[in-house]
Design a protein around this ligand. Structure first.
Ligand SMILES: [Zn+2]
Length: 468
């Protein structure tokens, strides 16, 4: 299978994942995970494991699922799935990096393409369906549908699983990549210990990751020899405020039920919190802001956010997270001026603002009636990242707020193109053409863009039909 055929198969699977109601584009967690992923990729490239061809052809995108079970999976074409449950469960970014590095190595060592080739002459759409079926069964083993096909799902999972040798290779290469990328080797050990513990309790419903990456005796032995390279009795990695806050965010987004929101508030109010280390407290306060926000108790949310910001005042990274959360809260209660104040002081890196910062700024400008500013900044962003669906969505809202209906509809079409749903994109482009015919104003530039995009989308649709 060629790299471009593998990418096509990956796109086919990604298209279904984007449509899944559990697909979550959360810019704050996205920046965190993608940041780790990009560091690992850069190192794999330096080490010669990631070829320029693969880097060019593949999507290299992390897709987050709103699922509280612990799972991560490499997909064909450089897509990578991560469940919220994994982000909530790890104790530090190094543990998360160890999982991502292992999965990245399955891609760079071409394990995925070998498994697909094992399926013989089966049509790509069938392999795509098998992979999606195995993912669904892993996420929801108790569902009625999965019960019926349970035996079959296990058989499919067996066919799609990596071999023992591939697992050992992904451990070895992944360990090398993560440590060379500057992550702490103790994160690899810590993650392995967590998996071993879940394995002992046979907790595969909470840890679908264990079913697709079984801990064989060889893997455990490899791990122990790696552990011997580390100084004896190395202290565990200290919990950072930033990780505690982002793990809390993942936990809250995975469990948005009212009971859970109430429980999070009670936990933060508990009398014994004063004795906790600051990082633990930061996690509790962060969860309390989200909980109060979810319950629409805005004043209470604000109180917790202010306590969080004070607690994080000497930790630059944690302060950024506290302010981003504060801006989200301000936008939720319709106070874009406060959101802008909080976002204003956050510095942009050399490469410009982070995605979370830019998108919150764009929402604040749009809400405050400065949607022209929002549209300009989003256009700059999208010029180099045309596959950013949420960016197009925000741009569409900014245009609509300015009364630029035609542009808003075209940006909606781009949302669908970015999610690889060309049929829906064609519908929006046709709606835009209809507006051009019936609308009073003539916008020649926009009209020509819409015509060009319509032709391109038609072509993409025809290619998609041929793939089957
Ligand atoms: Zn693996």
């Amino acid at each position: 299978m060629s790299t471009s055929a593998e990418r096509q198969l990956g796109d086919r699977i990604a298209r279904e994942l984007y449509r899944d109601p559990d697909y979550l584009d959360d810019p704050i967690l996205g920046d965190y995970v993608q940041g780790i992923w990009l560091r690992l990729m850069a190192t794999a490239r330096q080490r010669g494991e990631l070829s320029p061809e693969l880097q060019e052809r593949f999507a290299w995108e992390v897709v987050i699922g709103r699922d509280r079970s612990v799972n991560a999976f490499a997909l064909p074409g450089g897509y990578m799935g991560v469940h919220l449950g994994l982000i909530a469960m790890v104790s530090n970014e190094d543990e998360l990096a160890s999982v991502l590095a292992h999965e990245l190595s399955h891609v760079t060592q071409r394990h995925i393409v070998r498994i697909i080739s094992r399926q013989g002459q089966q049509a790509p759409w069938l392999i795509g369906a098998m992979i999606l079926g195995a993912l669904a069964a892993a996420s929801n083993p108790g569902a009625a549908g999965a019960m019926i096909v349970g035996g079959q799902a296990a058989a499919v999972q067996g066919q799609l699983n990596f071999s023992r040798d591939m697992e050992r290779e992904a451990d070895r290469v992944g360990y090398g990549v993560m440590t060379q990328a500057g992550f702490d080797a103790r994160g690899f050990v810590g993650m392995f210990e967590k998996l071993q513990q879940a394995n002992r309790f046979n907790d595969t419903s909470a840890f679908p990751y264990l079913r697709s990456h079984p801990l064989t005796t060889e893997r455990i032995a490899d791990m122990q020899s790696r552990q011997q390279l580390q100084p004896r009795a190395a202290a565990p990695i200290a919990l950072t405020m930033t990780h505690a806050m982002l793990a809390a965010r993942a936990r809250m987004l995975a469990n948005p039920e009212v009971d859970n929101l109430r429980a999070a508030l009670l936990q933060a109010q508990g009398q014994d919190t004063a004795a906790l280390p600051p990082a633990r407290r930061a996690g509790l306060y962060y969860a309390a802001v989200q909980a109060a926000l979810g319950l629409r108790e805005f004043d209470q949310a604000q109180q917790w956010q202010e306590r969080l910001q004070k607690l994080a005042q000497d930790d630059a990274q944690a302060q950024v997270q506290a302010q981003l959360l504060g801006a989200e809260l301000a936008l939720a209660r319709g106070d874009p001026a406060r959101a802008s104040d909080l976002l204003h002081s956050l510095a942009s890196g050399a490469a410009g603002p982070s995605r979370a910062l830019l998108f919150l700024r764009a929402r604040a400008w749009t809400q405050a009636g400065q949607s022209r500013e929002a549209a300009e900044q989003l256009q700059v962003w999208l010029a180099s990242r045309p596959r950013d669906a949420l960016g197009w969505q925000l741009l569409s809202t900014a245009y609509a707020t300015q009364g630029q209906t035609l542009r808003a509809v075209r940006a909606e079409a781009e949302v669908h193109v970015a999610r690889l749903d060309y049929a829906a994109a064609r519908d929006r482009l046709r709606a835009a053409q209809e507006l051009l015919r019936t609308g009073g104003t003539v916008d020649h530039i926009e009209a020509s863009i819409i015509d060009t995009r319509s032709r391109q989308v038609e072509l993409l649709l025809r290619e998609q039909a041929l793939e089957r």
